[in-house]
Design a protein around this ligand. Structure first.
Ligand code: PTJ
Length: 243
């Protein structure tokens, strides 16, 4: 469908078309379209912009990623379609690994999503060779790579399912979540939650990685600030007071 450039909701409509197209190609799960609608409703409530608490969380996320030893960016269908290029850019500058890990897992979708991500970088994309399992997640979505999510100390997830986030935290990992709904289980369970839209959040985290990479003192101060949970409460308060 041709979307007129002067339509007041041009960007939103273009993104919807992209998601529908990805669904037709078997990259996006049908449930991904529903998930996107859930996200859009929360994005309306925060004014479709990065709120101050998200900005703080994005800066802490950058510091956490730089100072982790073994970090993985976990990618599902929605994240690949919406922000695949940003994921690879972040992975290259941190640097860290990228693994496809799906809720509605099929080998065909894993392969299609990995192929899509490979268009943005020459980095190896993990997720095809899953020999490990996240303890307590018996469904196929618990499968992961031994040298990827399974052994990581920090995992960044976006638009993620609560069970998997909780299981990763139980494994002792730092989980950085990007999710527009501060009340969802992922947001509650994650070590740090960025309440922002994924296509806004990732470029901002990239910019903070660039800013903080050579500034160990600033990173130390951020990581010792102990505001991981405060930023989530601030996002909830922002939405409560928004309308
Ligand atoms: O590709 P798969 O098979 O791994 O499946 C991925 C989906 C997204 C379908 C799966 O993880 C799922 O069903 O997710 P949920 O449970 O619907 O949760 C999605 C969460 O992401 C919700 O809390 C939404 O508010 C949030 N969300 C949706 N779109 C965005 C978002 N958060 C940030 N940016 C978005 N664009």
């Amino acid at each position: 469908m041709e979307i007129p450039k002067d339509h007041p909701r041009y960007r939103s409509l273009v993104i919807r078309e992209r998601l529908v197209e990805a669904y037709k190609q078997g990259i996006l799960a049908p449930e991904g379209l529903i998930a996107h609608g859930r996200g859009e409703s929360f994005d309306y409530l925060i004014g479709e912009k990065t709120i101050p608490s998200a900005d703080k969380a994005e800066k802490i996320a950058a510091a956490m990623l730089i100072d982790s030893e073994d970090h993985v960016l976990s990618v599902n269908g929605n994240v690949a379609v919406l922000a695949g290029e940003s994921v690879l850019k972040l992975a290259e500058i941190v640097p860290c690994k990228v693994e496809v890990n799906l809720f509605h897992r099929t080998e065909e979708r894993i392969s299609k999503i990995a192929n899509l991500l490979e268009e943005f970088s020459e980095m190896p994309i993990l997720g095809r060779n899953t020999t490990a399992r996240i303890p307590g997640l018996d469904q196929p979505r618990g499968l992961c790579e031994e040298k990827g999510i399974f052994s990581a100390d920090t995992v960044l997830v976006a638009l993620e399912d609560g069970d998997r986030t909780e299981a990763l935290v139980r494994m002792g990992k730092n989980v950085i979540a990007i999710d527009l709904n501060p009340w969802c289980r992922t947001a509650q369970a994650a070590t740090l939650t960025v309440v922002d839209e994924v296509t806004r959040a990732l470029p901002r985290i990239i910019a903070y990685v660039e800013e903080l990479k050579e500034n160990q003192q600033a990173r130390k101060a951020l990581l010792e600030s102990n505001i991981m949970k405060t930023v989530l409460d601030e996002a909830k308060a922002y939405i409560r007071n928004a309308r």
